[in-house]
Write a protein that binds this ligand. Sequence first.
Ligand SMILES: Nc1nc2c(ncn2[C@@H]2O[C@H](COP(=O)(O)OP(=O)(O)OP(=O)(O)O)[C@@H](O)[C@H]2O)c(=O)[nH]1
Ligand SMILES: [Mg+2]
Length: 211
Amino acid sequence: MKIKTAEIVMSAVKPEQYPEGDLPEIAMVGRSNVGKSSAINTLLGRKKLARVSSSPGKTRTINFYLINNAFYLVDLPGYGYAKTSKPERAAWGKMIETYLSTRENLQEVIQLVDIRHNPSQDDQLMYNWLKHFGYGSLVLATKLDKIKRSQYQKHIKNIREILEMPPESKVMALSALKKTGVEDAWEKMGSLVERPEPKEETQQEVTDGTQ
Ligand SMILES: Nc1nc2c(ncn2[C@@H]2O[C@H](COP(=O)(O)OP(=O)(O)OP(=O)(O)O)[C@@H](O)[C@H]2O)c(=O)[nH]1
Ligand SMILES: [Mg+2]
């Protein structure tokens, strides 16, 4: 996918703040610190569009990034961050759930898991919830640079088994550090949101006889 423009349009905490219009959206979900915001930057080829932090709980709003004026990538706060206070966790949970369960523009949800670790119980719940709501079970394994190449198949198999992914479903892998996996991810994601490009108007040459 050629990224011509990418800009943040809105940081929302409630539905009234979601962008208007009917452009399709792809949202990124996953545990805090799994690399959602980093993945967005990497997929867009931008260094600091989405804010990233080594401590979990960085993204606290639903951030809508408008791409090529054609679709949105949506960065969500992470789940499963134990150090957040209980009421705050509940409020975030509600915010994410409201978005995922009510947003009509939402075309697909990509679930991010850390390639090194077994998906957590929260990850399993999210995976099943998304499947139940008809999303396509697209999983993006993050931090690909943290494992040896020879261990790749083992880790992917593990993720598939724990999430009980059907054989036809796809696991993609990405390294935000090395910028690997970007093309493969867009191959899977791009078709979800790409519309045929509008034909450029061909300018009629107008000559009036004078030079
Ligand atoms: N080595 C490596 N580090 C990564 C990669 N992706 C993310 N990180 C690091 O992981 C940490 C968390 O990244 P974020 O992108 O902020 O994670 P997040 O899922 O958006 O986190 P929240 O906003 O808190 O939910 C940062 O220190 C990143 O630099 C990757 O592919 N490789
Ligand atoms: Mg984030």
